[in-house]
Ligand binder design. Structure first.
Ligand code: HEM
Length: 486
């Protein structure tokens, strides 16, 4: 007893605890600045000491760390230390070294754990776990299989056309952002889950779901630094959440609940299916794969569905929005595009006065040179992730630049696509929308070495064959005239 009260009254007194915390902070700061394996790499001292440096820019200043990193490179050079544990590089020549198909590449658990979906391929840290999970998904996303889905995509695109025509007929204003988002969601859900969620048919295109998805980045940024925040949000029972949340969150939660129930039903269906050779949904594909049984349990599969649908929704929609805006804001680009598409429109029958889009072959759209340049330029300015994508070589040191700066095995090191895509030494006047950059084929081949809207290497985008761009553009640009307001 006496010993206990001595410890309480003397050792654990407030001044002593404060002094111990201070000694800990000073010791760890000195270690990180002097003896730590990354101590030689330049960067702000505060960033090398603590992650709260990043918290300030990303949480308190709402996602500004990417731009702060760009500033830091101007001061400290092409390779910098952006946190006690992580490096960042801004040199395009390094891209091919970091995002590769050969070798073992882990993801940085710290940043992907914040998506609160540890069972998914996209959030799998270790190379081998990711490889097995991705192998199970690959057949579903093959070009051949995606090709068979054209009719399904056409259906959604026709609904979009009908809805836009209704607005056009009344001279009304349409929230084109919400409409394109609804279209990409409907297509992705039907492709992945074989179910029509019909966001396109909703009066307001389920705009609340779009709004919620766009806020996902803030939750992710907070959860990186406050690990319990995301899981806490996901653990609150939907019945409680709907009582305290606003309309947008409620709409989003009911979508999540519906998707979770669908995943359960599809798992049951896959388990009782007599023909495991055909996988009509992503859930069937996983269930019929060679993955071991624990990988086919509901929780793991639900993480996969949640992240793959998430990966397919706003990425595609935001690229579409950006491209649509630039085309209508630049009449000469629109005129040139229409000129290119005109023969295709003329060759299709027009029963209702609109171009009969479904008669068109996707291939003729893909071969439209100017349309391709427009899509490439849009994807340059709209890569899916606005932040760095760190990779880790777990089993070997890697080296940067002519000076062979050593990056020790196990160190997370990232590059940021949007910074590379707006590097003015590669793209003169980088923030302008100039499809002509891509017209010259030899120059395009050169640019493509460091052009990576879908990332590159072992963790590149699985859905890249699938983004329904050409068809949508034909519809939007060959027929409609859109004026932006507000
Ligand atoms: C314009 C549209 C899209 C863009 C720009 C895009 C971009 C990306 C990028 C940059 C990554 C790498 C992420 C990382 O390193 O963490 C990625 C991964 C992924 N994307 Fe996409 N994506 C698009 C559309 C889609 C669609 C439509 C789907 C599916 C329906 C999809 C499914 C995935 C999946 C499953 C991964 C994870 C791959 C893995 O970790 O092995 N994406 N995407």
């Amino acid at each position: 007893m006496e010993g206990g009260s001595f410890i309480r009254d003397h050792v654990l007194s407030w001044p002593n605890v404060a002094a111990m915390v201070l000694v800990y902070i000073v010791t760890i700061s000195i270690y990180r600045l002097t003896l730590h394996p990354l101590a030689r790499i330049p960067g702000p001292k505060l960033a090398a000491i603590t992650r709260y440096y990043e918290v300030y820019y990303d949480v308190l200043r709402n996602g500004q760390y990417t731009f702060k990193i760009a500033e830091m490179h101007k001061k400290y050079g092409p390779i910098i230390r952006i946190s006690p544990h992580e490096l960042h590089v801004i040199d395009p020549a390094f891209f091919e070294k970091l995002y590769r198909q050969d070798g073992r590449w882990d993801k940085y658990d710290w940043s992907y754990r914040a998506f609160s979906a540890p069972g998914s391929a996209i959030c799998s840290g270790p190379h081998d776990i990711h490889k097995a999970r991705r192998a199970a998904l690959n057949p579903f996303f093959s070009k051949a299989r995606v090709g068979t889905q054209q009719e399904m995509m056409d259906r959604s695109i026709i609904i979009l056309r009908e809805r836009l025509s209704e607005f056009a007929a009344t001279g009304g204003t349409v929230d084109l952002g919400a409409a394109t988002s609804a279209c990409t969601r409907d297509i992705a859900c039907e492709f992945l889950m074989d179910k029509a969620y019909e966001n396109l048919r909703k009066e307001d295109f389920s705009v609340q779901i779009t709004n919620m998805l766009q806020q996902g980045g803030s939750v992710w940024r907070i959860t990186k630094h406050v690990p319990w925040f995301g899981p806490l949000m996901r653990s609150i029972s939907p019945s409680i959440m709907t009582k305290i949340a606003d309309d947008g969150t409620t709409a989003f939660l009911s979508y999540v609940q519906e998707s979770e129930q669908d995943t359960k039903n599809l798992l049951k269906d896959a388990a009782s299916s007599s023909n495991p050779s055909t996988s009509r949904t992503i859930v069937h594909e996983i269930y019929n794969s060679k993955l071991p049984t624990p990988e086919k349990q509901y929780k793991r599969v639900a993480d996969e569905v949640f992240t793959i649908t998430g990966a397919g929704f706003e990425t595609t929609a935001s690229a579409l929005r950006l491209i649509i805006y630039h085309i209508y804001a630049n009449p000469p680009i629109l005129a040139k595009l229409r000129e290119e598409l005109a023969p295709l429109a003329a060759s299709s029958s027009a029963a209702d006065g609109l171009p009969a889009y479904p008669d068109l072959k996707l291939r003729s759209l893909e071969q439209s040179q100017y349309l391709t340049c427009i899509i490439m330029e849009g994807m340059r300015l709209s890569p899916a992730l606005g932040s760095r994508m760190a990779r880790i070589a777990p089993d070997r040191d890697i080296f940067y630049g002519d000076d062979n700066v050593r990056i020790p095995a196990g160190t997370p090191v990232g590059m940021t696509t949007i910074l590379m895509h707006t590097d003015k030494s590669i793209y003169p006047d980088p923030l302008s929308f100039v499809p002509e950059r891509w017209m010259h084929l030899e120059k395009r081949r050169q640019l493509e070495k460091t052009y990576a809207p879908f990332s590159k290497g072992t963790r590149n985008c699985l859905g890249m064959q699938y983004a329904p761009f050409p068809s949508l553009f034909f519809l939007l640009f060959s027929h409609h005239s859109i004026l932006f307001s507000g």
